[in-house]
Write a protein that binds this ligand. Structure first.
Ligand code: COS
Length: 384
């Protein structure tokens, strides 16, 4: 067994760590307060190649593999979660369908633009009646000659307002549904009938917007089916494999946030004096720190192992759900302890702990709730 992180990934990790400390962290509170991501910082992300992490070099990306991506997201998540969201959604769930199942023409057309950050992508699956029950989508795509006509509403779409292209999952056969009746499309901004609806008001993740997308007789050519004509009706599998990958990188993001919270908690516990000594010297606080560190250690091992498995081209459906489940639940336990250690200060907006508390709560919900992860794991364990 080799637990060494390869040299090239270590260098990348250090670069991102510096970027977080020097450029992102100083503006993280501003992004939170203004609920806005400054264009200059997005430009810096482009220059670092962050929008192409998961895209192979032949399409203009860095192609650093799943472990590399996880290491980057871990570092990026030690500050405001909106930064990771801006990048991760675009070169993650927004564009992975094209990479996994797209035609060569689609890859050539879209991936270099996503990788350079010139274009942003989003992933439009969720609907009011199709959250966990992803196969229950109502949005239709009716065939009409050489095109499809899309009608319906998507909601909770991260990056929806800034996206230039959307991976859109729609029903092409109401009888077949998840088995041959769902199709994935790539729809470009500006296509008549495609518009952004309400920007939703959320508990956290300010600076990263979540929107409705409206499709009203939106006509797209058959060429916009991800994978082209042979994959008409096969979009549910595309969507599911996109989510499998996203569950690993989201686990990495939860892990990075948890590590940051542990670091902040240790620092605070060592300098906060009560009853004449630093609170770190009280056994009850020490126990909390010990539990936080132990869970983080466990989470990191499982994440890196699952990422490594995926880089060996192994199927990781079960492992990805385990990682998403454990890392996000763990991070929520860690942030709860962090608030407890910070006491009243942890409840104040002057300290980042309060923001992490709100932001991390989402991680147990999106890209598959904890309940869905357990369902997937149990099904994988018990299937023939
Ligand atoms: N990768 C590839 N194919 C998959 C897959 C995966 N991870 N999961 C399911 N499939 C395939 C199945 O193999 C099946 O095809 P076959 O009959 O040809 O084998 C087809 O898809 C239907 O699968 P299944 O019967 O399992 O579908 P269900 O409707 O029961 O739903 C779950 C499966 C619950 C796993 C799915 O609805 C899900 O992941 N829900 C959560 C969605 C989510 O994360 N929403 C958050 C918002 S999106 S950001």
């Amino acid at each position: 067994m080799d637990f060494e992180i390869p040299e090239n990934l270590r260098i990348m990790q250090d670069t991102i760590r510096r970027f977080v400390n020097q450029d992102l962290e100083p503006i993280s509170q501003k992004v939170e307060e203004e609920d806005h991501m400054p264009e200059e910082i997005v430009q810096q992300m482009r220059e670092l190649g962050l929008f192409g992490l998961s895209i192979p070099e032949e399409y203009g990306g860095l192609g650093i593999g799943t472990l590399g991506e996880c290491l980057v997201y871990e570092e990026l998540s030690k500050t405001n979660a909106a930064f990771r969201s801006r990048i991760g959604t675009s070169n993650g769930i927004g564009s992975m369908g094209i990479l996994f199942d797209g035609t060569e023409e689609q890859k050539q057309k879209y991936l270099p633009r996503i990788a350079s950050g010139e274009w942003t992508s989003c992933f439009a699956l969720s609907e009011p009646e199709a959250g966990s029950d992803a196969g229950n989508i109502k949005m239709t795509a009716d065939r009409d000659g050489d095109s499809f006509v899309l009608n319906g509403l998507k909601h909770f779409i991260t990056n929806g307002d800034v996206a230039d292209i959307a991976t859109v999952i729609a029903l092409t056969d109401k009888e077949k549904k998840t088995r041959g009746g769902i199709t994935a499309f790539v729809v470009e901004k500006g296509t008549p009938g495609f518009s952004v609806g309400t920007i939703e008001r959320k508990m956290g993740l300010r600076g990263s917007h979540t929107c409705e997308l409206i499709f009203d007789n939106c006509r797209v050519a058959v060429e916009q089916v991800i994978g082209g004509a042979p994959l008409i009706g096969q979009g549910f599998k595309t969507a599911m494999s996109v989510l499998d990958k996203g569950r690993l990188t989201l686990g990495a993001s939860a892990l990075g946030a948890a590590q940051k919270l542990l670091d902040l908690s240790i620092e605070y516990a060592k300098q906060r004096v009560q009853f004449g000594k630093p609170i770190a010297q009280f056994q009850s606080v020490g126990n909390m720190l010990a539990d936080m560190a132990t869970e983080i250690y466990a989470a990191r091992q499982m994440l890196y192992h699952a990422a490594w498995l995926r880089d060996q081209d192994k199927k990781v459906i079960r492992e990805a759900s385990m990682v998403k489940l454990f890392c996000t639940e763990m991070a929520c336990r860690v942030v709860d302890s962090a608030v407890q250690i910070f006491g009243g200060m942890g409840y104040m907006k002057d300290f980042p702990v309060e923001r992490f508390y709100r932001d991390l709560r989402l991680y147990r919900l999106y890209e598959g709730t904890s309940e869905i992860q357990r369902l997937v794991i149990a099904r994988e364990l018990t299937k023939d």
